[in-house]
Design a protein around this ligand. Sequence first.
Ligand code: ADP
Ligand code: MG
Length: 389
Amino acid sequence: MRIMPGAMLGVLGGGQLGRMFVMAAQQIGYRVTVLDPASDSPAGRVADDFICADYADQAALEKLSSQCAAITTEFENIPAKSLRTLAKSCVVSPDAYSVSIAQNRIAEKQFLGINGFAVAPFAVIQQQSDIATQDVADLLPGILKVSQFGYDGKGQKAVADEAELLVAYAQLNHPVCVLEKFMPLKNEISVVVARGYDGELKTFPVSENHHVNGILDISIVPARISQQLAQQAQNVACQIVKNLSYQGVLCVEFFVLQDDELLINEIAPRPHNSGHYSINACITSQFEQQVRTLCGLPLGETAQHSAAVMVNLLGDLWQHGEPDWNLVLQHASAKLHLYGKTAARSGRKMGHYTVLGENVDTVLQEAIHIKNALNTIESNAHDKSIRLV
Ligand code: ADP
Ligand code: MG
């Protein structure tokens, strides 16, 4: 059944991914209700209606499902139970099963392993004594990651040896964790894939991702990898959504090892930061694709019409006030996206810009030029403030 423009859609979560979903849906003519526990949120500000409530609030979930034709989520930490409740009376995608797998690193790795996808060697640490009883030596140096609620490098610590592992586990307050072997990476790439209600599949071009302190810094698209490797990553992404019987948009993050072997890092049951370039560089954006999968529409064409480099704008840039946006806006092929967040905290994603062009190497140079200019202004301001003191 197709849900047509004019209908009210719902989204759980009021962050920037929700905001970009709302904008894409409204552009086509849908209305959107956002549910988020925070009274002021990026998506809540642009929504047609806003419900301020916890994700497990039964009355709020009832209100949402009664006024929406279909509901999606913008992040994976929604209680799977809430999605099941909503699904009793409303179209919901992605489904509770897929979200429950993606929100837990252990369930995720087990699902991937059972389905024959390679992941980095790991061990599950349920309690401190597991560190002594499991043979962790082969996994060191490694990265200790909490099994749930980690994002943007939060809830993980690099550990060189067993002594550091014990300290890190205590610092994280002894939650259920996975210890992953630290992999020598040649590259990191990701693929956003969409699967429609009738099983129709479309992948977006492969993004090459560079992280700083575990947070995505830059995405370069198309990724500077072989055609063969790009095809392989897209095939894996398609296979994952098929195996999950997934309906919606999903992102697969990959590690590329030195010999071009692909490992899956993690999956996200939603559009992804590394897919933001698609808003400006593809015929259909990842957010329009999310609308299309949710409403039972045919999937949009994902072909890329311009090479693109996306740069994240983190709260650190605001240290000395609002950055000078002329540095981005004066560039005729740069697209600025700010999420409307009021508090600029260090490491917080406040916005991004995407530079477009014909050649990915030239576009990368231009994107870095803008990045350096923004950062130079920031450090000049810093110098000045020191002199003023
Ligand atoms: P998050 O959920 O915060 O995105 P990830 O597990 O994707 O956490 O880790 C964030 C980043 O840290 C990765 O994109 C990668 O750059 C680095 N990283 C994570 N695990 C490993 C690993 N096992 N080996 C090497 N680098 C890693
Ligand atoms: Mg990640």
